[in-house]
Design a protein around this ligand. Structure first.
Ligand code: ATP
Length: 257
């Protein structure tokens, strides 16, 4: 097992965002975290990435305890995430947005460019080539010199994923990557997540797009009011009465409305 979430509880004052949530993600899985708005999904991402401490419980990744680590040290353990609201550098080029993501893995500091040695120039070229590879993977290699802010919405989301991949994660957390995407963009995203899986990167996915979730996830956990109400394969979740009542039924009603 690669990720172990054990008895996580998180309170914000009087709000119980998560109550005793436990699940495990196996190496190489695409694992979904689904549930209605406010169920605690993003809070779980924030706890896993140590953006804030849990009230109780522990998160382990590859047998290392993440709970209590500094957020920037979490990236070094091989865990990286994207955010619900796109967080790119809009006035930087597409290529530079990705090279920035590699800095936690490089030897020269960000300022080393001021006095460039041969070794630093070679490292820069390596970074550029790696970034171009990632842009190719996400289908943005024709846009390397465009400013991030000029990309279409779906492209910006894919660029965010490329930037996250630049830190060479073994666990990638995607927070609603299909939000606001049209059908074609969602389909491209499905293919991209499959390619990421082929690279043996484990994926934890928060997503409301149920057709995508059911197609791409190996297993998933369902949260409702901060509690885990089910866990299983897409088939098991689709046929779980409690999940249908708490969430899936409601999603369908919203789609029909
Ligand atoms: P959505 O699908 O809408 O993104 P979610 O399942 O990700 O929802 P969370 O964003 O984790 O849900 O929120 C769970 C609960 O915790 C909500 O009641 C939310 O208002 C609360 N909450 C989340 N973050 C904070 C915070 N930093 N301070 C106070 N309350 C918070």
């Amino acid at each position: 097992m690669v990720l172990e979430v054990k008895g996580i509880t998180k309170h914000f004052g009087g709000i119980q965002a998560l109550t005793d949530v436990t699940f495990q993600v196996e190496k190489g899985e695409v694992f979904g975290l689904i549930g209605p708005n406010g169920a605690g999904k993003t809070t779980m991402f924030n706890v896993i990435t140590s953006m804030f401490p849990p009230t109780a419980g522990e998160v382990k990744f590859s047998n290392r305890t993440l709970t209590g680590m500094k957020p920037h040290d979490i990236t070094k353990t091989g865990v990286c995430r994207t955010f619900q609201n796109i967080r790119l550098f809009p006035e930087m080029t597409v290529l530079d947005n990705v090279t920035v993501g590699q800095h936690c893995r490089t030897k020269s500091g960000v300022w080393a460019g001021v006095f460039k040695t041969k070794a630093q120039k070679q490292e820069e070229e390596k970074i550029r080539l790696k970034a171009m590879e990632l842009l190719q993977l996400v289908g943005l290699d024709d846009y390397e010199d465009s400013f991030a802010e000029n990309l279409a919405y779906g492209q910006q989301r894919r660029l965010e994923i490329a930037r996250a991949l630049a830190s060479e994660p073994t666990l990638l957390l995607l927070d609603e990557p299909a939000a606001g995407m049209n059908e074609k963009e969602t389909n491209d995203l499905f293919e991209l997540i499959q390619k990421i899986k082929e690279l043996e990167i484990t994926v934890l996915l928060i997503e409301h797009d149920m057709p995508l979730v059911m197609k791409v996830c190996d297993r998933m956990a369902v949260l409702n009011f901060g509690k885990k109400i089910a866990e299983g394969t897409p088939e098991e979740i689709k046929n779980n009465q409690e999940v249908v009542e708490a969430y899936l039924g409601r999603e369908e009603e919203e789609e029909l409305a």
